[in-house]
Design a protein around this ligand. Sequence first.
Ligand code: FAD
Ligand code: PYC
Length: 415
Amino acid sequence: MRRYSAFAIAREGLRYHTGWERAWASPEPKKRYDAIVVGAGGHGLATAYYLGKNHGIKNVAVIEKGWLGGGNTGRNTTIIRSNYLQDPSAAIYEKARSLYETMSQDLNMNVMFSPRGVIMLAQTHHEVRGYQRTAHANALQGVATEWIGPQRVKELVPIIRLDGPRYPVLGGLWQPRGGTARHDAVAWAYARACSAMGMDIIQNCAVTGIETEDGAVKAVNTTKGRIETAKLALVVAGHSSELAGMAGFRLPIESVALQALVSEPIKPAMDVVVMANTVHGYMSQSDKGEMVIGGGTDGFNNYTQRGSFHHVEETVRALVETFPMLSRLKMMRQWGGIVDMTGDRSPILSKTPVGGIYVNAGWGTGGFKSIPGSGWAMAELVAKDAPGPLAAAFGLDRFREGRFIDESVAAGVAH
Ligand code: FAD
Ligand code: PYC
């Protein structure tokens, strides 16, 4: 694989961009792989990448029913932060955030990580207490966050209205090195690095069945034929229950659509990310100038990957209270993705009742930020057939044993 560099851009500029290689190969599947990852979203691709990089397992296929990054990875609002309350969450999200810091250099592709800072606004006294508690927990966990008062919020976000009609801004939880990244570039960067290691990324290939023998995985059936493997990682977000069903077990997951929208582009108005969980909405400004706005989940389980008018209305009405200037903007696009939710709003990184099958799911409304940490931890689980320190607390057994990792506040999105 040729390296991307300023020199390469200059060279290609001089020869009318005729010399760029394909970023990843599109092979037909082989009969057998040492490991198969189902799902070429960020989590699946990062799992494959760290299988190769950290554990030397390179005879790997990533199987994707659509196009890579076309699921939630390419549909999310790209907020990256690690200000979670519980120790196991802070550890995996902070590992991920720190890997984002050097991802462009590590993967030799510009993923546009922008550590512009994230504020979670407190607009009730209950939220003030909750976020102050998180700031104290983060101090103990080594996660750099701080509680800030309303005047500091106003300095950071001049377009905000502090004395809104229903909920004044009482302060916020500020993570200065949180931010955003270009979502599909993250998927592309991992895909290119996997392909360079000789892994096969097979798009337009749905897994339709899973064969087991003596309680262990034997093969997957796909729309491109049967493929054997001894290690199978299911990393399919909104379709986790469907794939688990093919292998004969159930997951404690509900799937539901989450929606977002963008405005017309405007001049730079806000250079941090703001989450307003009481009125409910979150917003950042893209490099093109659009206000990127996220809303809530649908109130019923469903598999629809699209937006709906009432969500736009609810979300924009709520945000206009805190950002009156929004009322002057036109909204351009809306969309939805299917997120997979667990009862404690924490993910599952686990072995399963079937030998050689591992599941990475349940990131719900907040798994973009965790892609590199999740891939790192999942690769270790698959390679060693046992969870390492980052994944240990996120096993399926926690639901049987009542060891929940409650992150419903940190999840940020009401559901
Ligand atoms: P996906 O990217 O969905 O990848 C799973 C892949 O599996 C898909 O490409 C799918 O086609 C494939 N697949 C499914 N079934 C099969 C099959 N049978 N065979 C083969 N392939 C299959 N998170 C944040 O951290 N910050 C945010 O700001 C944020 N905002 C969000 C906003 C919205 C509107 C949405 C929908 C989500 C948001 N999230 C956010 C959550 C985040 O997008 C997800 O948690 C994350 O992208 C999940 O990544 P993934 O790789 O697990 O799943
Ligand atoms: O987890 O930060 C998050 C988030 C923001 C919007 C959707 N999820």
